[in-house]
Design a protein around this ligand. Structure first.
Ligand SMILES: [Zn+2]
Length: 113
């Protein structure tokens, strides 16, 4: 259910872009999903076609770009997180509670039909 509401809000954003370009339909869209967002890419891919039915995005191909998590370590600065270690610096193990990247969910590209 979570992914359905995410798919619907992405479709909303895409429809606004279509309107801004005076385009009727889109044939493909690319979405950036952070590794540390709560979005499961597979579930989003699964939910999208049904959510897009009856909208200008119907039949559009959804591609997902996964964005790795990057957090600020007090000693090492920005470090790429490893999923197995959680919100800790992979170099020194210090807690890195502030994500710089990796929690995004955004429309990256929209291919107009
Ligand atoms: Zn560190």
């Amino acid at each position: 259910m979570h992914e359905s509401s995410i798919a619907l809000s992405l479709i909303d954003v895409a429809c606004e872009v279509l309107r801004a370009h005076g385009a009727a339909r889109a044939s493909a869209l690319t979405v950036r999903v952070g590794q540390w967002s709560s979005v499961v890419p597979e579930a989003l891919l699964g939910a999208f076609p049904a959510c897009a039915e009856g909208t200008p995005l119907e039949g559009a191909r959804l591609s997902i770009v996964r964005v790795p998590g990057v957090a600020e370590c007090p000693r090492h600065g920005p470090v790429e997180l490893e999923a197995t270690r959680g919100l800790r610096c992979p170099l020194c193990g210090a807690p890195t509670p502030t994500l710089l990247r990796g929690d995004e969910l955004e429309l990256d590209e929209l291919e107009l039909a």
